[in-house]
Design a protein. Structure first.
Length: 134
Protein backbone atom coordinates (compact mmCIF):
# COMPACT_ATOMS: atom_id res chain seq x y z
CA UNK A 1 0.00 0.00 0.00
CA UNK A 2 1.31 3.44 -0.93
CA UNK A 3 0.16 6.86 0.22
CA UNK A 4 0.20 10.19 -1.59
CA UNK A 5 -0.12 13.17 0.74
CA UNK A 6 -1.30 16.47 -0.68
CA UNK A 7 -0.90 19.43 1.66
CA UNK A 8 -1.06 23.16 1.27
CA UNK A 9 -1.81 24.51 4.69
CA UNK A 10 -5.18 25.63 5.98
CA UNK A 11 -5.91 28.27 3.36
CA UNK A 12 -9.15 27.45 1.60
CA UNK A 13 -9.50 27.62 -2.17
CA UNK A 14 -5.92 26.76 -3.17
CA UNK A 15 -7.04 23.74 -5.17
CA UNK A 16 -5.77 20.95 -2.89
CA UNK A 17 -8.97 18.97 -3.47
CA UNK A 18 -8.88 19.29 -7.25
CA UNK A 19 -5.16 18.40 -7.30
CA UNK A 20 -5.87 15.33 -5.13
CA UNK A 21 -8.71 14.26 -7.43
CA UNK A 22 -6.56 14.77 -10.51
CA UNK A 23 -3.67 12.74 -9.08
CA UNK A 24 -6.18 9.99 -8.29
CA UNK A 25 -7.45 9.97 -11.88
CA UNK A 26 -3.89 9.65 -13.21
CA UNK A 27 -3.18 6.77 -10.81
CA UNK A 28 -6.42 5.03 -11.86
CA UNK A 29 -5.44 5.45 -15.52
CA UNK A 30 -2.30 3.44 -14.68
CA UNK A 31 -4.41 0.60 -13.26
CA UNK A 32 -4.16 1.42 -9.56
CA UNK A 33 -7.05 1.33 -7.13
CA UNK A 34 -7.49 4.66 -5.39
CA UNK A 35 -9.21 5.84 -2.23
CA UNK A 36 -9.16 9.29 -0.66
CA UNK A 37 -9.12 10.44 2.95
CA UNK A 38 -9.49 14.13 3.73
CA UNK A 39 -7.99 15.23 7.03
CA UNK A 40 -9.14 18.56 8.44
CA UNK A 41 -7.75 20.28 11.55
CA UNK A 42 -11.20 21.47 12.62
CA UNK A 43 -12.60 20.63 16.04
CA UNK A 44 -15.99 20.10 14.41
CA UNK A 45 -17.10 16.46 14.26
CA UNK A 46 -18.35 16.93 10.71
CA UNK A 47 -19.12 19.72 8.24
CA UNK A 48 -22.82 19.89 9.10
CA UNK A 49 -22.34 23.03 11.18
CA UNK A 50 -19.82 24.78 8.92
CA UNK A 51 -20.75 28.19 7.60
CA UNK A 52 -21.37 27.96 3.85
CA UNK A 53 -19.82 31.42 3.56
CA UNK A 54 -16.50 30.05 4.89
CA UNK A 55 -16.43 26.55 3.39
CA UNK A 56 -18.99 26.39 0.62
CA UNK A 57 -21.88 23.97 0.68
CA UNK A 58 -21.86 20.80 2.74
CA UNK A 59 -21.75 17.58 0.71
CA UNK A 60 -23.90 14.72 2.02
CA UNK A 61 -22.58 11.22 1.34
CA UNK A 62 -24.71 8.11 0.76
CA UNK A 63 -24.28 7.05 4.40
CA UNK A 64 -25.54 10.46 5.59
CA UNK A 65 -22.10 11.81 6.45
CA UNK A 66 -21.97 15.60 6.17
CA UNK A 67 -18.57 16.45 4.77
CA UNK A 68 -16.54 19.12 3.01
CA UNK A 69 -17.38 19.72 -0.65
CA UNK A 70 -14.02 18.21 -1.67
CA UNK A 71 -15.37 14.72 -0.99
CA UNK A 72 -18.06 15.32 -3.60
CA UNK A 73 -15.32 16.21 -6.08
CA UNK A 74 -13.43 13.03 -5.17
CA UNK A 75 -16.53 10.91 -5.80
CA UNK A 76 -17.20 12.49 -9.19
CA UNK A 77 -13.60 12.60 -10.45
CA UNK A 78 -12.71 9.08 -9.28
CA UNK A 79 -16.12 7.44 -9.76
CA UNK A 80 -16.02 5.99 -6.23
CA UNK A 81 -18.46 5.99 -3.34
CA UNK A 82 -17.04 7.42 -0.13
CA UNK A 83 -18.44 7.36 3.39
CA UNK A 84 -18.02 9.38 6.56
CA UNK A 85 -14.84 7.43 7.41
CA UNK A 86 -13.12 9.10 4.43
CA UNK A 87 -13.26 12.41 6.33
CA UNK A 88 -11.16 12.74 9.48
CA UNK A 89 -11.37 15.84 11.66
CA UNK A 90 -9.52 16.65 14.85
CA UNK A 91 -12.95 16.80 16.48
CA UNK A 92 -13.66 13.17 15.50
CA UNK A 93 -10.31 12.06 16.87
CA UNK A 94 -10.77 13.94 20.16
CA UNK A 95 -14.30 12.57 20.52
CA UNK A 96 -13.03 9.02 20.00
CA UNK A 97 -10.19 9.42 22.52
CA UNK A 98 -12.48 11.01 25.14
CA UNK A 99 -15.14 8.31 24.65
CA UNK A 100 -12.54 5.57 25.09
CA UNK A 101 -11.15 7.32 28.18
CA UNK A 102 -14.63 7.45 29.71
CA UNK A 103 -15.12 3.75 28.96
CA UNK A 104 -11.88 2.89 30.79
CA UNK A 105 -9.79 1.84 27.80
CA UNK A 106 -6.68 3.60 29.11
CA UNK A 107 -6.67 1.77 32.47
CA UNK A 108 -6.17 4.85 34.64
CA UNK A 109 -3.29 6.27 32.61
CA UNK A 110 -3.06 9.99 31.95
CA UNK A 111 -4.41 10.67 28.46
CA UNK A 112 -2.30 13.21 26.57
CA UNK A 113 -3.31 14.92 23.35
CA UNK A 114 -0.03 14.42 21.52
CA UNK A 115 0.45 10.68 21.98
CA UNK A 116 -3.14 9.48 21.81
CA UNK A 117 -4.41 11.71 19.01
CA UNK A 118 -1.39 10.77 16.88
CA UNK A 119 -2.18 7.09 17.48
CA UNK A 120 -5.83 7.69 16.62
CA UNK A 121 -4.95 9.21 13.24
CA UNK A 122 -3.00 6.05 12.46
CA UNK A 123 -5.95 3.89 13.60
CA UNK A 124 -8.42 5.88 11.46
CA UNK A 125 -6.12 5.55 8.42
CA UNK A 126 -5.63 1.80 8.84
CA UNK A 127 -9.33 1.25 9.53
CA UNK A 128 -10.45 2.93 6.31
CA UNK A 129 -7.98 1.23 4.01
CA UNK A 130 -8.35 -2.22 5.59
CA UNK A 131 -12.13 -1.96 5.38
CA UNK A 132 -11.91 -1.20 1.67
CA UNK A 133 -9.30 -3.95 1.18
CA UNK A 134 -6.64 -1.79 -0.50
Amino acid sequence: MKYVLVTGGVISGLGKGVISSSIGVVLQAHGLRVSVIKIDPYLNIDAGTFSPFEHGEVFVLDDGGEVDLDLGNYERFLNVKLNRDNNITTGKIYMDVITREREGHFLGRTVQAVSYTHLDRKIFFEFDFQKKNY
